[in-house]
Write a protein of this length. Sequence first.
Length: 153
Amino acid sequence: MKYVVAEASEIESGGRKIVTVAGRSIGVFNLDGEFFALRNRCPHQAGRLCEGKLWGVIRSERPGDFEYRPSREILCCLHVRTGQSWCAPERLRVRRYDVETVAGEELAEAADAEAAPADDPDAPAPGMVKGPYMAETYPVIREGKYLVVEIPA
């Protein structure tokens, strides 16, 4: 089914509007004139996803060269354009240390760092990998001045 959810002019670039469609709370986002819709339910914690803070992304074409794009594409850890979760694995684990006894002393050394995975070209920032969660997304169609969200039956 298709539902008219707003006039395109109601949602400014970088903004959002939360609507209820077919009994579902849905956030409609304007990212530089492109519109995307996500179910307002976090696939990880079941919270109100679309009410969270939007972040920009950092891109890097080569080491030492970073570009911040304030396009507000990340909501929590989910990419608004795709619904895919992203994470930086080195920030998700507890650091482990090897401990051994040497001449009556304990010596703690950091464990060898694992090789970093190759950067995914779709990642919103360097070093991020796809996470296990995927937000429910819906196509947004612009029909004249109206935004229409299509919800599967």
